[in-house]
Every structure is written in structure tokens, then in C-alpha cells.
Design a protein around this ligand. Structure first.
Ligand SMILES: Nc1ncnc2c1ncn2[C@@H]1O[C@H](COP(=O)(O)OP(=O)(O)OP(=O)(O)O)[C@@H](O)[C@H]1O
Length: 255
């Protein structure tokens, strides 16, 4: 299986504060790597560097064999890079243009990437009724906006997607629907996912590989079943101990 995203020895400093220390991992075609850790661990900073929104202080990011540390030379380069890698952000309501109707937002991305999609087929792919085609973001729920953000990412036919806390704001039943949808899409399209989350139950449902991050450093990484079922680092054990497993029930104490 080919490596789609390769992150090597990444470092990010803000002034004298080093928030990412020597981080390396890969995301393979058709697979999901989860980047987990508590708030402030540096997950979004790494996602920002991978998607080109944040500059690295040191290290290298390669996407589809191309060194992303070098700035794109032309708008054509930028378009090609966007077609390889799309971001699904945590808060789609602020990410989507508040005045743009769903079909127009999707048509714009389709035109930009000259892809073969139509707004209707993308809406069908994410399970969004076509009656929302003329809706603007404020007329939709968080889950519906999240589907639009995913549909828009799919409009570029990306090789990989960075999903930054993409389901964290959704209630559990909508979250399960969106996760199922993402898994189905991955089976059909072999898109590679870098899944950024603090939620280990989401990791359990989605990840093939897991990278556990603490204060900007990788404390443990490996195949999901190994990291989740036989964690080696004390920090991973602590994270797991604070997350209920499926089927977990609180112990009732009797007086
Ligand atoms: N522009 C910035 N300037 C200074 N410090 C920053 C900046 N952006 C992020 N940081 C700091 O970098 C550290 C990592 O932040 P980051 O948002 O990457 O963590 P995270 O793991 O994604 O956390 P969360 O889940 O809360 O978003 C934090 O200490 C944060 O305060």
C-alpha cells in the first residue's frame, strides 16, 4: 500500500515555544491514520502544516511524492495540490461561505478542479437530500453542514483528506452516520484519511493506524488494535482509561 502522506521530523515553534517536536508518521492509500491527544497536544498545528495553512519550522511533508515544504509556484500548482489533499474542518459553519447556497458551493469546487461530479451526485454521496441544494449554511444543522463540507472536499476527487475534529461537534447519532459515510466513501474511493481527534471512541471506529501525541511529541504509534488493546506508553493507558469502551457500563456501588 502506497504512502500518500509522509510527515518527517516535523517541528513547529511559536517564538521560543516549541509546540511540535520531531513528529513523523505516514498515511497510506485507502487507510486511516488517527492523530490523537488531549487539547493543546499540537494536532491541529500538524493538520495545518500538512494542508499548507501553517508553515513548519523544520521537517518535511510529502504528499503523493511531492515535497510540500516548498511553496506552490503557480495557481495551477495550488489547484493540483488541493486536488490531492482536501481539508474537512472542525467547524464547517464558519468554513462555508454564509451567503453561498449548497449547490453553488459544490459547483464552484467542481469547476475549479474540472471534476466529473455534479452537485446532485455529491449530495447523494453524503446522504444529503437535494432539497438542501438551495439552502445556505444557517438554514442547516451542524450535521448537514458537515456533510456539505465533506461533499465539497469530495468534489476535488482528493487522494487524501485531513479531517480535523470533523465529527466532534455532532451529537452521537449524527456522528455515527457521518463516520459510516466516511468509511463507505473510503471503501469506494481508496481515499487516505488523516483523522485528527481527541475522541478515542472515534479512533476505535475509524483508524487503521494511530499516532498518540502529547505536548507535541509522539509518545506511541502503531496499528490501531495494538495501540488501543495493548498500549505501551503510560500516557496512552491514561487516555484509554478515561474513555469508556463500547459496551462499557458504570459499576453500580451498593451501600
Ligand atoms: N498561532 C499560534 N501562536 C502561538 N501559539 C499557538 C498558535 N497556534 C497554536 N498555538 C499553541 O500550540 C499548541 C498546540 O495547539 P494545537 O491547536 O495544535 O493543539 P490541538 O492538539 O489541536 O488542541 P485542540 O484539540 O484544543 O485544538 C497550544 O499550546 C497552542 O496554544
Amino acid at each position: 500500500m502506497a504512502d500518500v502522506i509522509v510527515v518527517e521530523n516535523l517541528v513547529k515553534r511559536y517564538g521560543t515555544l516549541e509546540v511540535v517536536h520531531d513528529v513523523s508518521f505516514t498515511v497510506r492509500t485507502g487507510r486511516t491514520t488517527a492523530l490523537v491527544g488531549e487539547s493543546g497536544a499540537g494536532k491541529s498545528t500538524i493538520g495545518g502544516i500538512v494542508t499548507g495553512l501553517v508553515d513548519a519550522t523544520a521537517g518535511k511533508v510529502t504528499v503523493c511524492g511531492e515535497d510540500r515544504s516548498k511553496a506552490a509556484r503557480s495557481s495551477r500548482d495550488r489547484r493540483r495540490r488541493a486536488a490531492q489533499l482536501q481539508l474537512v474542518p472542525q467547524d464547517p459553519i464558519t468554513f462555508l461561505d454564509p451567503r453561498q447556497r449548497v449547490s453553488a458551493a459544490l459547483a464552484e469546487t467542481i469547476a475549479l478542479h474540472k471534476s466529473d461530479h455534479t452537485p446532485a451526485d455529491l449530495m447523494a454521496a453524503v446522504g444529503l437530500s437535494t432539497r438542501y441544494a438551495s439552502a445556505v449554511p444557517r438554514e442547516m444543522s451542524g450535521g448537514q453542514c458537515q456533510r456539505v463540507a465533506i461533499a465539497r472536499a469530495l468534489a476535488a476527487d482528493p487522494v487524501a483528506m485531513v479531517l480535523d475534529e470533523a465529527v466532534s461537534a455532532l451529537d452521537v447519532s449524527v456522528q455515527a452516520q457521518v463516520l459510516n459515510l466516511l468509511r463507505d466513501l473510503q471503501t469506494r474511493t481508496s481515499t487516505a484519511y488523516l483523522f485528527i481527534t481527541h475522541d478515542l471512541s472515534v479512533v476505535r471506529q475509524m483508524a487503521d493506524d494511530v499516532v498518540v501525541l502529547r505536548r507535541g511529541q509522539v509518545v506511541e504509534d502503531g496499528p490501531a488494535e495494538q495501540v488501543l488493546d495493548d498500549p505501551q506508553a503510560d500516557y496512552t493507558k491514561l487516555l484509554l482509561a478515561s474513555t469508556p469502551r463500547p459496551g462499557w457500563k458504570p459499576v453500580r456501588r451498593t451501600a
